[in-house]
Design a protein around this ligand. Structure first.
Ligand code: AMP
Length: 125
């Protein structure tokens, strides 16, 4: 079944300039901005400008140029925010997808979280 993109989601509105954001970095194909409800001292969201719902959607259907730009921007944001594991204490990358992933906003985003120890990846039941 094909992915269905809802262009009324909040990140689509950010990309159209309909609602404000705190931009960390912008490139031809990618936008990085601060999460409105930060869960760590550094909490940045990186999104492609194209209409992709999840990371797997992006990985399957985005152009090489979009994928390279997005991936390089993730790296550049880590360096800019001082959370690179090479030069600082590191961070966590999260991309929630669909119902089981508990994805709130149906536009691909990678959370970059850092600035404090983050505990285990998943809470144990
Ligand atoms: P997820 O559960 O992975 O879909 O996460 C969605 C994230 O988007 C949450 O961490 C929200 O705090 C964040 N968020 C929702 N609305 C905005 C907004 N207008 N600006 C920045 N971040 C937002």
């Amino acid at each position: 079944m094909p992915y269905t993109y809802d262009d009324q989601n909040i990140f689509a509105k950010i990309l159209r300039g309909e609602i404000p954001n705190k931009t960390v970095m912008e490139t031809e194909h990618t936008l990085a901005f601060e999460d409105i409800r930060p869960q760590a001292p550094v909490h940045v969201l990186v999104i492609p400008k194209g209409p992709y719902v999840t990371y797997d959607h992006f990985a399957q259907e985005a152009s090489d140029a979009e994928i390279v730009d997005f991936t390089r921007t993730v790296g550049a944001v880590c360096a800019k925010m001082g959370v690179s594991a090479a030069e600082a204490a590191g961070c966590r990358f999260i991309s929630n997808a669909g119902d089981h992933g508990v994805q709130e906003v149906p536009h691909l985003h990678i959370h970059i979280l850092g600035g404090r120890p983050l505990g285990r990846m998943l809470a144990r039941d």
